[in-house]
Write a protein that binds this ligand. Structure first.
Ligand SMILES: *Cc1c(COP(=O)(O)O)cnc(C)c1O
Length: 412
């Protein structure tokens, strides 16, 4: 296996470490094959918002398993999850299920082009939209973590249609529209960036993109694969009150099984086959196991007070992290929204990927190792957001903050 892993960031290359091989996960914890327990702030990179292996999700899955793992035909569970997504996410009137966030983003890009009849797309530096060819331009996540150039094997003819701008820079987007009249199908972005660390939209940025796309006959697409059902039940769009035309989802809506989805205005989604001519398909799409995990996870999340609890837990965590770094004399900037957080070892503010890159990656590597030694598992990258869950208790946060305080004191 290349690098010993099935997905690059797991290899710990950027923190000068060796991958940890996990044996099992439960609640806020992960155990490695040597029996070490870690308090986990990766949460399978986002899905584990109710805590790993939640008993109700497991019980529901056991029930579904008895009825078979894949039908290759419609199942009622798809309708149930579709209704829940449509009820929750403001932009979504129709939805199509796929098997990963990458797939959702690939399909949504094709749909943007099919609907507008235009080929170009604007993305932002440091945003990650899966590993499809057209998106591997100044991408975030593992591409940023490993400092890779835009990937070989991606034809120049493909990425010629991908335009990029710095995050939080409306003027740059305006210029791209002016330079490419009637050629841009739309703008895709992470409404809160989790794949270049943790960058929030400045006031007016999302609203400005909404106006600019409308003025130019282009579509606005929120990639909510990470933020969906995490920033709030209705995603970042509900939280910020800006409704895009189309939305991609993944991670949380699969409750730990492989799921992605894209949806939006019915007028646009009706282009998707077989309702319309834009082709997109999947053998295992909408399978009963994945739908079951998604439904049960959303049921748990929509209970009263869920997001208030997640906000309180996460706020206490990030405040403690900032404080202990400062006590150790280190520059740090960081914040959270709901159950998503991040910090950079540099002076703030960090408004885009260029500024994020000024964070001290060497020091982050040392911190990462020191935290592992103290039983806390952070994302092995200075450019990935952290995730909390409903399973993280006050005691877990206390133990984590103690580890941070000791770790910052132990490194240079
Ligand atoms: C994780 C992620 C993806 C890709 O999803 P996969 O399921 O890993 O293919 C796309 N966009 C964003 C914003 C993500 O965080």
């Amino acid at each position: 296996m290349p690098g010993g892993v099935s997905s690059p960031v797991r290899a710990f290359k950027s923190v000068n470490g060796q991958p940890i091989v996990f044996d099992r996960v439960k609640g806020p914890y992960a155990w490695d094959v040597d029996g070490n327990r870690f308090i986990d702030y990766v949460g399978s990179w986002g899905p584990a918002i109710c805590g790993h292996a939640h008993p109700e999700v497991i019980t529901a899955l056991q029930g579904a398993l008895e009825k078979g793992t894949s039908f290759g035909a419609p199942c009622e569970l798809e309708n149930q999850l579709a209704e829940m997504v449509i009820d929750a996410v403001p932009s979504v009137e129709m939805v199509r299920f796929v098997n990963s966030g990458t797939e959702a983003c690939m399909a949504v890009l094709r749909l943007m082009r099919a609907f507008t009849g235009r080929d170009k797309v604007i993305k932002f530096e440091g945003c990650y939209h899966g590993h499809a060819d057209m998106f591997l331009v100044k991408a975030g996540s593992g591409v940023a973590t490993l400092g890779l150039p835009d990937s070989p094997g991606v034809p120049r003819s493909t990425t010629a249609n991908t335009l990029t701008a710095p995050y939080n820079d409306l003027e740059a987007v305006k210029e791209l529209f002016a330079e490419n009249p009637d050629a841009i199908s739309g703008v895709i972005l992470e409404p809160v960036v989790g794949n270049a660390g943790f960058i929030t939209p400045e006031p007016g940025f999302l609203e400005g993109l909404r106006e600019l796309t409308k003025e130019n006959g282009a579509l606005l697409v929120f990639d909510e694969v990470m933020t969906g059902f995490r920033i709030s039940y209705g995603g970042a769009q509900a939280r910020f009150g800006v409704t895009p035309d189309l939305t991609t989802m993944g991670k949380v809506i699969g409750g730990g099984l492989p799921v992605g989805a894209y949806g939006g205005r019915a007028e646009i989604m009706s282009m998707v086959a077989p309702a319309g001519p834009m082709y997109q398909a999947g053998t295992l799409s909408g399978n009963p196991l994945a739908m079951t995990a998604g439904i049960k996870t959303l049921e748990l999340l929509r209970q009263e007070g869920t997001y208030e609890r997640l906000e309180a837990t996460t706020k206490r965590l990030i405040s403690g992290i900032l404080q202990s770094a400062k006590e150790a004399g280190f520059s740090i900037t960081g914040s959270n929204i709901s159950a998503m957080f991040g910090f950079y070892l540099c002076d703030g503010p960090v408004r885009n990927f260029e500024e994020a890159k000024s964070a001290d990656a060497q020091r982050f590597g040392k911190l990462h190792r020191a935290m592992l030694e103290r039983g806390v598992y952070l994302a092995p990258s200075a450019f990935e957001a952290g995730f909390t869950s409903l399973a993280h208790s006050e005691d877990d946060i206390d133990a984590t903050l103690k580890a941070f305080s000791e770790s910052f004191a132990s490194i240079d």
